[in-house]
Design a protein around this ligand. Structure first.
Ligand SMILES: NC(=O)c1ccc[n+]([C@@H]2O[C@H](COP(=O)([O-])OP(=O)(O)OC[C@H]3O[C@@H](n4cnc5c(N)ncnc54)[C@H](O)[C@@H]3O)[C@@H](O)[C@H]2O)c1
Length: 435
């Protein structure tokens, strides 16, 4: 099938590469020339495990190509995926400007009957606006599909190749037939295609992210209470996660959620609710709790080093909003670093993938280390912010030797409290006893 994907960010690039892997001819188009130039040269602008070989192989075998020429990409397509960004607008709603601009391009340049798929996360009811934007210029019939994406950065290729489910919001048989054909190679293990109306598909995406963010904020608040009452959140987590109605996933407390999706999608859903006169108090609380959680690590640094932080130096392990990605959008590390700098603390950070992004955001306000151990030199404390695998079992003797004093603030509960105590580390984590 001839497919075009508009937008080659974290979602569009993965979608395009994976769809070419199953034999489709895919053109990925983006308005960012620098990005397209890099992609054409097999230089992948994002860190996403497993993506490089997919792009290289399919580009070499001429099933995948990249262009800034949206007209050519759209005119050759039977199916167009819109995967452009939907950033947070000033009032908290999702900004549809890029989606609608892409939709207008589709209408202007389509050269046959096509299916237009909204992959971007758009508020419930947006399909009407997308339809109008396409229809303004369309000379051929077109069929809409809302196909929200559930991939996770860090495991995006695996998630797309082996999805838990595919959600299709459609209002035509044509869209159902075409989309079922496109997805059938990815669903051979029997995972379902859930076909529904378009508003329900749009709502499913927001409800999924809202639910996941709720679990995180809930556990963060329980952990903070454990801190005060001397309970251990690890035991509590296992205690509740063993209940089959609850399950173990997404119950790990931490420094607050970040990334390009949860913060903006929670805000947008709360906004949609208030526009409709349906207050979403639970989700509004989830957001407030998350904003507060992003300040917890600074409080723990204070507990460890005292209130007067001016002139101290702190090593930060992990800048990306989570392990497996270089994405720093809304990353908890940014909130922590900002707060530390405001206190007059100097910061040296390490991250296996996000240093380039960090430099573009933070410039020379902080120092950057080549290795995680190098970040510790001359530091009064280590703060672990991202749960990269390489931080899970460090050489603790070396950590102790290199730090000015053995202080670790662990925002991901990676280390064993008893082990830290035995090593003589002054150790603070989230919702567990200190050592
Ligand atoms: N990142 C995730 O983990 C994730 C997961 C599921 C859903 N989503 C949703 O998918 C959408 C895309 O997210 P992302 O993280 O890939 O965004 P991104 O910011 O990484 O990429 C968006 C890309 O779209 C391009 N673009 C903007 N306008 C364009 C146009 N008119 N034509 C062609 N390209 C255009 C931009 O240049 C950019 O490269 C968002 O709605 C997001 O909420 C993201």
């Amino acid at each position: 099938m001839n497919i075009s994907v508009l937008g080659t960010g974290y979602v569009g690039l993965v979608v395009g590469a994976c769809l070419s892997e199953t034999g489709n001819n895919v053109i990925c188009a983006d308005i960012d020339r620098a990005k397209i130039d890099r992609l054409t040269n097999n230089d992948i602008p994002i860190y996403e495990p497993g993506l490089d070989p997919l792009v290289q192989r399919n580009q070499r075998e001429h099933r995948l190509s990249f262009t800034t020429d949206l007209a050519t990409a759209i005119s050759s397509a039977e199916v167009v995926f819109i995967a452009v960004g939907t950033p947070m607008g000033e009032d908290g709603s999702a900004d549809l400007e890029y989606v609608l601009r892409a939709a207008e391009h589709v209408g202007r340049h389509m050269a046959r009957e096509i299916v237009v798929v909204t992959k971007s996360t758009v508020p419930v009811g947006s399909s009407g606006k997308v339809r109008n934007a396409i229809a303004k210029h369309a000379k051929f019939p077109f069929y809409l599909c809302s196909n929200p994406e559930f991939l996770k950065e860090g495991t995006a290729v695996e998630d797309f190749m082996r999805p838990d489910r595919v959600v299709l919001g459609i209002d035509s048989e044509r869209a159902r037939t075409v989309m079922t054909e496109i997805y059938s190679p990815f669903l051979r293990t029997g995972k379902p295609i859930l076909v529904m109306d378009i508003p329900s598909a749009e709502m499913t995406k927001y409800a999924a992210n809202g639910m996941l963010a709720t679990r995180i904020s809930f556990m963060n608040e329980i952990a903070n209470l454990c801190d005060k009452l001397g309970a251990n959140v690890d035991s509590v987590r296992k205690g509740i996660g063993s209940d089959s109605r609850i399950g173990q996933s997404f119950l790990f407390p931490g420094p607050g959620y970040g990334g390009s999706c949860f913060p903006k999608d929670v805000k947008a859903l709360v906004r949609t609710g208030s526009e409709c006169g349906v207050p979403l108090d639970v989700l509004a609380g989830v957001e407030t709790a998350n904003d507060r959680q992003k300040k917890v690590l600074l409080g723990k640094v204070r507990s460890a080093l005292g209130n007067e932080l001016k002139g101290r130096r702190v090593a930060v392990w992990g800048l990306a909003f989570k392990a497996g990605t270089d994405d720093m959008r809304e990353a908890p590390a940014l909130a922590l670093i900002d707060a530390l700098l405001t206190e007059g603390v100097s910061v040296c950070a390490h991250d296996p993938a996000a240093i380039d992004h960090a430099r573009s955001l933070l410039g020379n306000r902080i120092d950057y280390a080549e290795t995680n151990y190098e970040a510790l030199v001359g530091a009064d404390a280590l703060v672990v912010v991202t749960d990269w695998n390489e931080y899970r079992h460090p050489d603790f003797e070396r950590v102790k030797r290199t730090l000015k004093q053995p202080v670790i603030v662990d925002g991901r509960n990676l280390y064993d409290v008893e082990k830290m105590r035995a090593l003589g580390v002054r150790y603070h984590s989230i919702g567990r006893p200190s050592a």
